[in-house]
Design a protein around this ligand. Sequence first.
Ligand code: ADP
Length: 604
Amino acid sequence: MPGAAALNWQRRLLTLCLAGVALASLWWLWHWQYAQSEAEARRHADNRLSLYGSSLQGALERSSYLPGLLAHQAQIQAALLDPTGSLVPQVNDFLALVAERSGAEVIFLLDAEGLTLASSNHAESDSFVGHDYRFRPYFYEAMTTGLGEFFAVGSTTGRPGYFVSAAVGLGDSETPRGVLVAKVSLEALQADWRRAGEKVLLTDANGVVILSSRPEWRYRRLGELTPQAREEIRRQRQFVDAPLEPLGRRLRDGSLLAGETGYGERLIDSTLALETLGWTMHYLVPVRPLYISARNALMAGMAVWLALLLLSLWLRERQKRQRLRDREAAIILEANERLEARVVERTRELQEAQAELVQAGKLAALGTMAAGIAHELNQPLSGIRTYAANGQRLLGRGRPEAANDNFQRIQALCERLGGLIRQLKLFARKGGARKPVDLVARLDFVLELLAERCREQGVQPRRRVSETQAGLWVLGDEMRVEQLLTNLLRNALDALRGLPEPWLEVAIEAKPERLVVTVADNGAGIPEALLEQLFDPFFTTKAVGDGLGLGLFISYGIVQDLGGRIHAGNRLSGGAWFRVELPRAPQTVRPESPPAIRENHDES
Ligand code: ADP
């Protein structure tokens, strides 16, 4: 189907778009988290740098004033002017005292040639006294500019330090006579960094690491060294014989790959430029934790997408199942409807067949009836013939009174024949109207008709109705319903004839689908053997002339036509009962008000 193919294609496109969106969002999430972590790391680095920067500056400044101050000391100036060197021991002691008090590692005095004249460590094995430091910038810079500063590994002690110097004897265009130098150790700072577990470096103007929280990084370089710089370092013996290997490789994004092999640790390098000697402080942050945090965010994002995917799959599955259920329900509904339609059709066919059968049964009964009718007609007819001949003869003899008696007999016989014919007419009529009939109203009407006879027989019929009158409607036509009730009541009255304590009860009981009419009496009842034939045509136990044996047969036919049932039986305490079940008229077809009681009634 082209429609289905297009739908499939659309679905695939949508899936692809969603996958694209998911990938893009994950990519963005990774970068965003990485950038966040990096910014946070840089912020932290800047804070630490400013802290460490000021502590370094503080450490340098603590001793930097010393050389300038001491250079003005008369004692020191005098020692430089005294060729005998007699003042040297005194100066040595003085410098030792100042060094101890100020916290400087060494304070020493150089003469104009760069030779150490006096030093605070004069008494120690690695005393500077007598050493030549003319190659050191702190000497020649102080000699030329008056002040000097330098960082170097001590050529005598092998210990690194910051050297700050001032020319001695400067004044009134006089060339300096010597230089006073203070060496400040920065080892304590370095130990602090190490203790804090952070990666902090201090590089000089050439990019050589002069302090580091990791000892193995010291005296390595961050960048390339020009040959001149190398030469200068060598000449100044700044780092003694350190090979100044590279610390790592600078990557394109500015980060540092520590380690020579290229597989080292990648570090983000945050820097702070210091005023002293063009130094730069570096705070290194490993990139790995940043990647881990980005990876975690990525995994969280993937988990969310996975959850969404699973949710959508579950929803789709549920939708599919629902559709399947709906389809099944529709199929079942359709099958049910088909079945119902077939049932309705079959019921209609059956009803038609039943109606046909009833009609056919009636026709079949016609044969039986014909014999009965012939017999029933024959008797009155021969009577009429005899009475008519008698009447004629009596009139001929001039006895009109006697003839009148015969004519009256003829009249009575004609009445009887008329009654028979009325019954037959009623029987022959098939079906009849089917409209709602108020059963209670019809019963009351029939009871009223029979009231006179009841009075004569001393019978007080008991009437029992289970529900309000409004609810008890059947489908049929009034005349036939009345006929049915009349037949049953008249039979009961016949059975009660001559009884001292006659009892008659008519009850209407409402069931959900049907109404049940029971007529019971305390008469002689029906012999068990005759119960079978009770509804046969012309079955009667009554004397000739009293009963035709058609009442129950007709009643049976009426009940059949109305779609009901009729049964008979004997009461335990004596007497008979007749039970008629009739289908109730549906609520919708009942008229607003009960039909008026008819004036005329065809009493048969
Ligand atoms: P008929 O009343 O003309 O005899 P029916 O068909 O009405 O014809 O009744 C048939 C027979 O059923 C009656 O002859 C009678 O024997 C019996 N029967 C009907 N109703 C009762 C009843 N309530 N008690 C006793 N017998 C009855």
